[in-house]
Design a protein around this ligand. Structure first.
Ligand code: GLU
Length: 302
């Protein structure tokens, strides 16, 4: 497997933001940046909508064909990854575009995608219940989750990090959390890890990371913890307010959640990823690199 490294120290993020502002201001389809534009949603020139699709033995694909649409679970408050512009309602970001790329490979263009915003804690259940066909939203591959669903991927590797107020120098690593209140999201791997492996003063949990950001902004928590790739998107939007504290302290391998047992769909997505390095790179450069995130495409070997 090719090694992927995601680094997003505060200075790197700040430099990335400046570069973004200098190069891309005003151009549509860029990642969220200083001009407040949402991650662009139209990368359809990067791929063709497949017309000769055969996914014999995939019940999920059969359901899509019968419904003449694809129902995709996503996030909507993670700039650069899964984002919905509150003004235009337009969706964008790396994960959303990965979802669109998969849909196109199955013969469905962007108009045939129905998005459902689903918080971290509800992902497995929505897949098990058949309410979504697949899920693309900072979804770490874990053995526990694999008990109820399958994953294609990984398609991105990042790691857990900490977000603090820009003027707070008291936290440099998860070992500095004694007496501190740390916020994360219900049902997420970072919440579990900070409780199991470190000793924060206290933890609080919400459905979404933006709720945690509001708590940090208000000073009622000291840090927000989740994947560095997510945190970098928040810092890129508000570099005066937030910064990333220290390095990553886990490996989070992002997968596409698919219904358990649909090996045909899973293998189709893995092949798409492994054959689609150019598309992957274009989506990464567009959506994640502007926030200072570095990385390479991992081999999809799930
Ligand atoms: N990647 C982690 C997880 O799947 C954190 C991000 C999220 O909550 O989506 O739990």
């Amino acid at each position: 497997m090719r090694k992927t490294r995601l680094l997003a120290g505060a200075s790197i993020v700040a430099a990335g933001l400046l570069a973004l502002t200098a190069c891309n201001s005003g151009s549509p389809g860029t990642a969220p940046g200083a001009d407040g534009a949402e991650g662009g949603s139209d990368s359809s020139q990067l791929w063709e909508v497949a017309s000769d699709v055969s996914l014999d033995g995939s019940p999920t694909y059969e359901r899509m064909v019968a419904a003449d649409k694809v129902v995709v679970g996503v996030k909507e408050d993670q700039p650069g990854l899964g984002f919905k512009d509150p003004i235009t309602d337009e969706r964008g970001g790396f994960d959303v575009e990965i979802a669109q790329w998969i849909a196109a490979s199955l013969g469905f263009d962007a108009e045939k995608i129905e998005y459902k915003t689903i918080p971290s804690a509800n992902r497995e259940q929505e897949l098990v219940n058949g309410n979504i066909d697949y899920y693309v939203g900072t979804y770490s591959i874990t053995d526990k989750r694999k008990e109820s669903i399958d994953f294609a991927g990984p398609y991105l590797i990042t790691g857990q990090g900490l977000l603090v107020a820009a003027d707070d120098d008291s936290i440099q690593s998860p070992d500095d959390l004694a007496g501190k209140i740390v916020c994360s999201v219900t049902g997420s791997t970072p919440l579990q890890r900070i409780r199991d492996e470190y000793a924060p003063g206290d933890t609080v949990e919400y459905d979404t990371y933006t709720q945690c950001l509001e708590q940090l902004r208000a000073g009622s928590v000291d840090a927000v913890t989740t994947d560095q790739a997510i945190l970098a998107g928040y810092v890129a939007q508000e570099p005066e307010t937030f910064k990333i504290a220290g390095d990553t302290f886990s490996e989070e391998r992002y997968g596409v959640g698919v219904p358990k047992g649909d090996t045909v769909l899973k293998d189709h997505i893995n092949t798409l990823f492994n054959d689609g390095g150019d598309v992957w790179t274009a989506l990464f450069e567009k959506n994640l690199a502007p926030a200072g995130i570095e990385g390479e495409q991992p081999t999809a070997d799930e």
